[in-house]
Design a binder for this molecule. Sequence first.
Ligand code: NAD
Ligand code: MG
Length: 478
Amino acid sequence: MPTFDYAPAPESPSIVDIQPSYGLFIGGEMVDPIDGARFKTVNPATEEVLSEVVAAGPEDVDRAVAAARAAYDGAWSRLSGRDRSKYLYRLARIVQERSRELAVLESIDNGKPIRESRDVDVPLVAAHFFYYAGWADKLDYAGFGPDPRPLGVAAQVIPWNFPLLMLAWKIAPALACGNTVVLKPAETTPLTALAFADICRQADLPPGVVNIVTGAGETGRTLVEHPGVDKVAFTGSTEVGRQIARSMAGTRKKLTLELGGKAANVVFDDAPLDQAVEGIVNGIFFNQGHVCCAGSRLLVQESVADELLARLKRRLTTLRLGDPLDKNTDIGAINSAEQLDKIRMLSKIGETEGAERWSPPCELPERGFWFPPTVFTGVSQSHRIAREEIFGPVLSVLTFRTPTEAIEKANNTPYGLSAGVWTEKGSRILWMAQRLRAGVVWANTFNRFDPTSPFGGYKESGYGREGGRHGLEAYLDV
Ligand code: NAD
Ligand code: MG
């Protein structure tokens, strides 16, 4: 139970204007579909229908790719980097100006707490556009030789966990490098991408430079397999990533994949335990655990395991679960019924396989998709909850005795996206970072994102980097 109750402090949804139905953003306009049907999108916290969007069909996708091609040949690839950067700065500033609206819309569509969409997602979206605006006129100095060329038309498919932020990660570097894009948001979270379409119009971006086609997996497949596409960037499940890689083989398309993870968050006995507890909470309960780089496996040194777990459980009893628009909410709704089923199924398997399940006392709202913060102790490396990505607010706890054992266990995964290390010793941080097979290693912190820092995986977590100077390479012909 929370130590004391707060009065409700909901952010008003009146700032957003959700239309009853949307078209597709193609060639700078919202257009009706040619062969696409419409489907409903719901608020995961209430199950209320928010709007109807298009599941774009092959002809719609074809039209979007043609618009992107025309914009590439006609305007965008001929603009100077300096002019491209002006557009990117404009997009960044409009995102800032409309930040409250975007944050509320993201929370309504995705279920994430307003505190996170307001303080993390949307500011990072603006930061990404600002950062890549700065590169657009400096590509000659980015380390890829003089006058590096764009690739052409980029097909970009993104997931539902950070809808607008993943859009920014994809669109900002692509445009900075001189490419045009067709982006497909996830089927459960199309609304902020459609709001971004409006921002593109507001910024007077040349028509066709950014095209947004909504739809589900079939639309995504049609888009990435379209012969008119030069580059494919995908973030989502390893399963779909593998399928895309297979279909790209033997084509001239360039591909980057950002897939799943099962990160180890490693706590040594000399770590400041209260800080580590905050890092563990941020690592796995941020965004309901719908985070590819989530610290879903806690590896704690045996000598401090009992103490750390006691403090962690105490801390978890203070988390507030509920209305995503309430400013005091820590844990929002699970994004979809389908994802909730997956989290329930894997948690059930955790119990069946013999791990001990614990959640704080926590009342779940009656409507909507909810799952309480959950901790599994007594987890062994062979358990499915220690190996598979749950993508929910579920932590698996394992213990270790020596640094070598910590490395062995941390690396014992098909994934390799991120890892965390908690210790007072700088030398141990460096020793661990050299041995952890993960694209990002956080030391005494977790889930820190910065547009200047490259992000990406090893092994089944994918290939290619997003963010930083490295992120330019994915959109240049180098
Ligand atoms: P998904 O991979 O099916 O969906 C991600 C995006 O790909 C969506 O936009 C979807 O419409 C699109 N897509 C689906 N099939 C496609 C295809 N054949 N070709 C092209 N695009 C396609 O992910 P999901 O079904 O929403 O979630 C399943 C699991 O994936 C989750 O439980 C989680 O473990 C993992 N996941 C990882 C991330 C990540 O950031 N790495 C994000 C979302 C989900
Ligand atoms: Mg899927």
